[in-house]
Design a protein around this ligand. Structure first.
Ligand code: DX5
Ligand code: ZN
Length: 216
């Protein structure tokens, strides 16, 4: 299984967005993770489709993984796909018909992913497993970067890996040099890290170090 590392753009310096995006790309990370927040779904706001478009224009070859923390992602799928989203992740807790929306994401030419909050039981994903390219298990309560990793979420990763040996399984929240190897052991192969990577003076060395730990 291919291990992928995704810096979360939420942790970038607002005064240096282009530099930080190019720094993340040059680090050897696999994709940029873009956190889109609807304040009725999480207790915060972040950015919208224009940031996805900014990433496409600034670093066209850096893959864009778009995490929609929204109650009604169905109202925005075209906007994000047109802005350059390549994978679109929607929450199982969202207020829309997920079977329909996962199909629409694929019809828009994107990979379709489903996301699970820490308090949501993983079994709820059973009927979607044949319809997704990726599953994202949240390892923090969504809304803010820089929170502590919730290791209790890892059995959900293992549950998914046992049923889906080739599915891309991502963790998001509190990822760092200690927690990412734990998630890999549980069965994840894609790892978001926000604060941990952007605070590094040498992001390339930190990504290389993570890859070494994943191989060990
Ligand atoms: C949380 C976001 C995460 C967050 C990760 O709402 O979905 O992607 O930016 O940031 P860190 O790695 O700092 O917890
Ligand atoms: Zn995220």
């Amino acid at each position: 299984m291919n291990f992928e590392i995704l810096p979360s753009f939420l942790a970038a310096d607002l005064g240096h967005l282009a530099d930080d995006l190019l720094r993340a790309e040059a680090s050897g990370a696999d994709a940029i993770h873009l956190d889109i927040m609807d304040p009725t779904f999480v207790p915060n706001m972040s950015f919208g489709p224009s940031i996805v478009d900014f990433c496409r224009k600034t670093a066209p070859n850096f893959y864009r993984n778009v995490h929609l923390m929204m109650n009604r992602p169905d109202l925005y799928l075209e906007k994000f796909a047109n802005a350059g989203a390549q994978t679109i992740q929607i929450h199982v807790e969202a207020d829309c018909d997920l079977h329909t929306e996962l199909k629409r994401i694929r019809a828009l030419g994107c990979k379709a992913a489903i996301v699970l909050n820490p308090e949501t039981p993983v079994e709820i994903l059973t009927s979607y497993l044949g319809e997704i390219d990726e599953a994202l298990v949240m390892t923090v309560h969504p809304g803010y970067g820089g929170q502590s990793f919730i290791a209790d979420c890892l059995p959900k990763v293992t549950w998914l890996r046992e049923r889906c040996p080739t599915l891309d399984i991502m963790i998001d929240g509190g990822g760092n040099a200690e927690t990412i190897p734990l998630a890999a052991k549980a069965g994840a192969n894609q790892f978001v890290a926000g604060l941990y990577l952007f605070k590094q003076s040498d992001m390339k060395a930190a990504v290389a170090d993570l890859r070494c730990r994943l191989k060990a």
